[in-house]
Design a protein around this ligand. Structure first.
Ligand SMILES: CC(C)(COP(=O)(O)OP(=O)(O)OC[C@H]1O[C@@H](n2cnc3c(N)ncnc32)[C@H](O)[C@@H]1OP(=O)(O)O)[C@@H](O)C(=O)NCCC(=O)NCCS
Length: 312
């Protein structure tokens, strides 16, 4: 199995750190409650930064590390459910900010927390016919702009951030992926766009049940397709919604300690940004090196889910 090559990654987080302790001064909650239920201690919220600032920061870093100039990019996709505007898309704004060529395929996609993996799959397909052989795939969210800061059920869970990856055209690449969608506004929903102030509404227990079901099933499907076992993987990078979801799946699959990466303690749930942020952290700390077998799974609003087995 040879997965399409991700040449480099980047990330950009807002500077403002918001701790559970700070939130407990706004809503009736505590660090102990939030951390024990979710594994989250703090998150970042944008204050001065726009989503575009984050996207441009992460994308420039990824391009620099890949040794590429903006004019070499043929496809630019931004996965987000919290764009700066309904239109223009974040991808079009990035085209201008980065100086991508005008014939670059630029658009946003919304598959909530599975969005980055939908983006990788879409970019891989589009690269076959794109004008140039490199794609920029960005997961970018400013979820603080749609949070109801009086609702303790949801406001403690999410954070803002952005991760980006540069992918190279590889038409011979065969990779194992799984994708799914199940229309269900009752489990998790965000209003808008429109004049009504938007807010995340969620049935936490229903989302938890959905997540553990599809994450475990997706991993089993990918392992079967690859003809390998969980012990043959070097790393599993799940969407960083909640440590208990990840721990539950890891236990069910009898995974070794440390196989599943977790960083939600610092960032909370950053939706489409969480997987590329995690991949970038792993690369930068030297934990992810060429040839490693990395399994990634995203899941969230829609409902949507996606998984991919990558050879790094
Ligand atoms: C959200 C989640 C942490 C809530 O945990 P839970 O154990 O299911 O908690 P419940 O919703 O049953 O609430 C239990 C109690 O805690 C309270 N509570 C909720 N949020 C709280 C908070 N931030 N601080 C303190 N108490 C809180 C509830 O009001 C409830 O109180 P009550 O019994 O007096 O009504 C959990 O359901 C979860 O992780 N779900 C998945 C969510 C997710 O990851 N979504 C994104 C997917 S992309």
């Amino acid at each position: 199995m040879s997965a399409p090559k991700i040449l480099a990654t980047g990330r950009c987080l807002p500077s403002r750190v918001v701790t559970n302790e700070e939130l407990s001064r706004q809503v009736d909650t505590s660090d102990q409650w939030v951390f024990s239920r979710t594994g989250i201690h703090s998150r970042r919220f944008c204050t001065g930064e726009s989503g575009l600032d984050l996207a441009a920061g992460a994308a420039r870093q990824a391009l620099d590390r890949a040794g590429l100039k903006p004019e070499e990019v043929g496809v630019c996709l931004v996965a987000t459910f919290t764009p700066d505007y309904a239109s223009p898309s974040m991808a079009c704004l990035l085209q201008e900010r980065l100086g991508l060529k005008e014939d670059t395929l630029c658009f946003d996609l919304n598959a909530a927390c599975a969005g980055f993996l939908y983006g990788l799959k879409t970019a891989h397909a589009l690269l076959a016919e794109a004008a140039r052989p490199y794609a920029l795939v960005v997961g970018c969210e400013v979820i603080s702009r749609v949070l109801d800061m009086t609702d303790r059920n949801t406001c403690v869970l999410f954070g803002d951030g952005c991760g980006a990856a540069v992918m190279e055209r590889d038409e011979s690449a065969v990779w194992h992926t799984v994708f799914g969608s199940r229309g269900d506004p009752a489990s998790i929903m965000v209003e808008g766009p429109g004049p009504v102030p938007s807010a995340v509404h969620m049935d936490g227990k229903a989302v938890f049940r959905f997540a553990v079901e599809v994450v475990e099933a997706s991993i089993r499907q990918l392992l079967e397709a690859e003809g390998c076992s969980i012990d043959d993987l070097d790393l599993v990078v799940c969407h960083q919604a909640n440590a208990r979801i990840i721990d539950h799946v890891a236990r069910k699959l009898k995974a070794r300690e440390g196989l599943f990466y977790k960083n939600m303690a610092r960032y909370g749930n950053t939706s489409a940004a969480s997987i590329p942020i995690a991949l970038d952290e792993l690369v930068q700390e030297g934990s992810l090196s060429p040839g490693m077998r990395v399994l990634t799974v995203g899941f969230g609003g829609g409902l949507t889910w996606a998984g991919a087995l990558l050879r790094w």
